[in-house]
Design a binder for this molecule. Structure first.
Ligand code: DC
Length: 215
């Protein structure tokens, strides 16, 4: 069945009474802002300046709150999954200056602990000293099914083959890019979620949390 890192992270944080941060939302927000301002998603200098001069506030998910994202005070949470953002977020997140800026903000958010943070480079770059690092894997086919369900829930029809092709293309870019390519961190626990339910994944992660906290 395969569950995503956001679903697992959110549920884990709820159980632990921790804050949950989905860092992908920050890269999506910057992409959204670039599109709004007519900045070319391949213009590295302009994107870096945009990242430096905008206020991207990632609000934590907590027990009673879904969290969200504000750009210069405006709540754009519901716009982060639009297809235009989806199509340009990979090149934007490749820009070194953008990553430097957002990574620094993510480290600030994690200050003081009590945090579950989801993202592709959290264990490798953002928080290499985290108490526990988990790397979830799932087959492209399972992820494409999940993505298609998400799109349907938003009232958008998308052919499975097209969703799968987009996802494979983005995976290629994300794992081959020069800065922070997608890979498990040293010491990360890898969990293949393909045949597991959310409850089963959570059970495994909670066990790892107990072990990590008692180390
Ligand atoms: O997890 P997501 O689909 O919301 O991520 C959107 C994009 O942002 C994806 O192309 C990878 C990138 N990203 C990243 O480079 N580093 C992160 N920590 C989170 C997301």
């Amino acid at each position: 069945m395969a569950v995503g890192k956001t679903t697992v992270g959110r549920a884990l944080a709820r159980r632990m009474g921790y804050r949950f941060y989905d860092t992908g939302a920050m890269y999506r927000a910057l992409t959204w802002l670039a599109l709004q301002k007519g900045v070319d998603p391949r213009d590295e200098t302009a994107l870096t300046q945009l990242a430096q001069h905008s206020r991207i506030q990632l609000l934590p998910g907590t027990d009673g709150d879904e969290g969200g994202l504000l750009v210069d005070g405006r709540d754009i949470t519901s716009e982060l999954r639009e297809s235009e953002v989806e199509a340009s977020v990979s090149p934007v997140s490749e820009v070194a200056g953008v990553r430097r800026c957002l990574v620094a903000q993510q480290r600030e958010l994690a200050q003081g602990g009590g945090v579950v943070m989801a993202g592709r480079d959290i264990g490798t770059v953002v928080l290499p000293q985290a108490d526990l690092k988990v790397f979830l894997i799932a087959s492209p086919e399972e992820r494409a099914h999940r993505r298609q369900q998400e799109l349907l829930a938003q009232g958008k029809e998308a052919p499975y083959e097209k969703v799968l092709e987009n996802l494979r293309r983005r995976d290629r870019i994300d794992s081959q890019r020069a800065h922070s390519p997608l890979k498990p961190a040293q010491g990360a626990e890898v969990i293949d979620t393909d045949s597991l339910t959310l409850e089963q994944v959570l059970e495994r992660v909670m066990k790892l949390v107990q072990e990590a906290l008692c180390r």
